[in-house]
Design a protein around this ligand. Structure first.
Ligand SMILES: CC(=O)SCCNC(=O)CCNC(=O)[C@H](O)C(C)(C)COP(=O)(O)OP(=O)(O)OC[C@H]1O[C@@H](n2cnc3c(N)ncnc32)[C@H](O)[C@@H]1OP(=O)(O)O
Ligand SMILES: O=C([O-])CC(=O)C(=O)O
Length: 378
């Protein structure tokens, strides 16, 4: 009898030099570098280089990445028109899917070892323009293309909000871009890999990944986690909410639990640090940070014996909210950063390990039946 692994748990689909996770000890490394070290001492652009070229860049290599990102922000007017042509209350990730499908029609090209990495950098730059304009379209603002600067995070914030962000805001945005950049082969990256295995183009891989990311069990959880804090409304309501909703109602605590981490997600600690810092200057964010801390405490009391702890989506929403993003944008912000991981993994797969991904399903239906003419069926 063939073995089935429900949810493909513990099935290895590829080897990787990109990301290492130790789920028992809560360790995450990109290319051997601890996530804390990268957040404290590098920028997103350096991590782009690390993931695509295998090590941190020197100054000249970093400058080249900046130039490529800065040159990549332009997207065709037809794609901008498509984003702004959708109803304003459309789902933000759905709008991204539409834009990336259009980009795949325009730019989708065959894989090529010489150009794959530069294509990935363009995909990342274009993702910034797409996400900025999804936000702006939904907010009823005019289109805007991120402007070249020495920081991808700053260009993105400036274009999104039409204002100069503070150094602290740029640092928090940059950190969140690094924290969400990759996580080995979660559902979205697996969807991208399946797509790449047919030798479909890189933009189509992003469309597949976006479709898988937006569900509430994966990238959609940051929005769902924050909606819990909104529903609680005030720190003193937390105990009652938790008792009614989670203990008695047996609802899943969103932003808790993980297929691989059986301890505290290392990214959640870092997001918590930025959430605390940013919320010190923002009363509303401070309220939600306090609520989140209380929910975390109760969640750990209730679930830690089952090895269920806060995941990366638990505090990221407080950071995004404090930066000024509406809740409906949280998954798109995750997607912006994860475009790096998706493209890096599909390149690794297509260049080094390519084979069509085609699993089997074990048939358990009736063995063989004769077709009865319709007039004789009961
Ligand atoms: C960026 C990311 O994608 S991180 C994940 C974001 N998702 C969320 O935060 C949504 C909430 N979390 C979850 O639903 C889960 O923890 C998942 C889907 C992320 C991973 O879970 P899986 O490995 O598939 O575990 P599974 O869903 O089989 O649950 C195992 C047990 O833990 C329980 N459990 C898992 N997560 C939670 C949770 N957040 N709240 C309450 N119970 C939970 C399940 O009810 C189940 O209990 P049982 O054995 O008594 O039936
Ligand atoms: O690894 C996973 O299954 C989900 C996750 O944390 C991520 O994609 O960042």
């Amino acid at each position: 009898m063939s073995q089935i692994s429900r949810g493909l748990e513990n099935v290895y689909i590829k080897t990787t030099s990109l990301t290492y996770i130790d789920g028992e000890n809560g360790i995450l490394r990109y290319g051997g570098y601890d996530i804390d070290d990268l957040v404290d001492h590098t920028t997103f652009e350096e991590v782009v280089y690390l993931m695509l070229y295998g090590d941190l860049p020197n100054k000249i290599q970093l400058q080249r990445i900046r130039v490529l990102l800065n040159e990549g922000y332009e997207i065709p007017q037809q794609v901008i028109d498509m984003i702004y042509g959708l109803p304003r209350d459309s789902d933000a990730v759905g709008m991204m899917e539409t834009a990336f499908s259009a980009l795949s029609s325009i730019y989708g090209s065959p894989w090529n070892k010489v150009t794959n990495r530069e294509t990935a950098i363009k995909v990342i730059a274009r993702a910034s323009t797409v996400v900025t304009n999804v936000l702006r379209a939904k907010e009823g603002k005019k289109p805007r293309i991120p402007e070249p600067s020495d920081s991808f995070a700053r260009s993105f914030l400036e274009a999104s909000f039409n204002r100069t962000p503070s150094t602290e805001e740029v640092k928090a945005m940059d950190a969140s871009l690094i924290l969400y950049a990759d996580h080995e082969v979660p559902a979205s990256t697996t969807a991208a890999l399946v797509t790449s295995s047919t030798l479909s183009d890189m933009y189509s891989c992003v469309v597949a990944a976006l479709a898988a990311l937006k569900g509430p069990l994966h990238g959609g959880a940051a929005e769902e986690a924050f909606k819990q804090f909104l529903e609680i409304g005030s720190p003193e309501n937390t105990d009652q909410w938790f008792q009614k909703k989670i203990v008695e109602g047996k609802a899943r605590l969103m932003g808790f639990g993980h297929r691989v981490y059986k301890t505290y997600d290392p990214r959640a600690k870092l997001f918590k640090r930025f959430a605390k810092q940013l919320s010190e200057r923002n009363q509303e964010a401070k309220k939600y940070f306090e609520i989140a801390q209380k929910v975390e405490e109760l969640g750990i009391q209730m679930f830690s014996q089952k090895h269920i702890f806060p995941n990366t989506d638990f505090y990221s929403g407080v950071v995004f909210y404090a930066l000024g993003f509406p809740v409906y944008m949280f998954t798109s912000l995750f997607a912006l950063s994860r475009t790096l991981g998706w493209t890096a993994h599909v390149i690794e797969y297509v260049e080094e390990q390519h084979r069509l991904i085609r699993p089997r399903a074990l048939y358990v239906g009736p063995i063989r039946r004769e077709v009865i003419p319709i007039e004789l069926r009961g």
